[in-house]
Ligand binder design. Structure first.
Ligand SMILES: CC(C)(COP(=O)(O)OP(=O)(O)OC[C@H]1O[C@@H](n2cnc3c(N)ncnc32)[C@H](O)[C@@H]1OP(=O)(O)O)[C@@H](O)C(=O)NCCC(=O)NCCS
Length: 151
């Protein structure tokens, strides 16, 4: 079985959008992924198995910092260390580029993601009350997290 870890390009946009739709109530479009993957400020990494995208993560670098825009693992492939491997590899790349700090926000009720980020060394900076309203559900706070990479 072939398993590669590689950067994503606009030709991966349809696969990323399909995977995103399995992971989020308010998925991004193929066009928005195509634009992100073509943007030099974006840093991406995906697990591709037998030609199928099974997990990916996307950071955007701005002014010496990198914001995690999204990370998703196919529902059938969770809890196998795929997201952890992506974020560790991307952290190493960002540190090597001299990025000083990584930031992200995560829904307060997303226990799996919060546990993942905390285990990697992210700490909580604050909250945006009732920030997430996807799916028409009760609004959920955004937890703001960050991790310093140097200095
Ligand atoms: C969050 C998500 C990306 C994790 O992907 P994954 O590939 O299953 O994660 P990993 O297997 O690499 O797990 C890494 C760590 O995350 C945490 N974790 C993962 N799934 C968990 C769960 N169901 N419950 C609690 N912690 C969990 C654990 O700390 C785990 O480390 P461990 O296996 O050593 O205990 C995945 O659940 C997902 O796609 N969720 C939907 C999209 C989403 O919420 N993205 C994040 C938005 S901010």
């Amino acid at each position: 079985m072939t398993h590669t870890l590689r950067a994503l390009t606009p030709s991966d946009a349809a696969a990323a959008a399909a995977l995103h739709a399995l992971a989020f109530a308010d998925p991004w479009s193929e066009a928005s992924f195509a634009a992100q993957f073509a943007d030099p400020a974006a840093l991406t990494l995906g697990h591709v198995e037998e030609g199928t995208l099974i997990a990916f993560a996307l950071f955007r670098e701005v002014a010496g910092e990198a914001d995690l825009l999204t990370v998703a693992t196919h529902p059938d492939r969770r809890s196998q260390g795929l997201a952890r491997a992506l974020l560790i590899a991307l952290t190493q790349t960002l540190a090597a580029r001299g990025v000083a700090r990584m930031t992200l926000d995560v829904a307060e009720d997303n226990a799996a993601a919060r546990q993942l980020y905390t285990s990697l060394g992210f700490t909580e900076d604050g909250r945006r009350p009732r920030y997430y309203t996807a799916g028409g559900a009760v609004p959920v706070d955004a937890v703001l997290m960050s991790m310093r990479l140097q200095g």
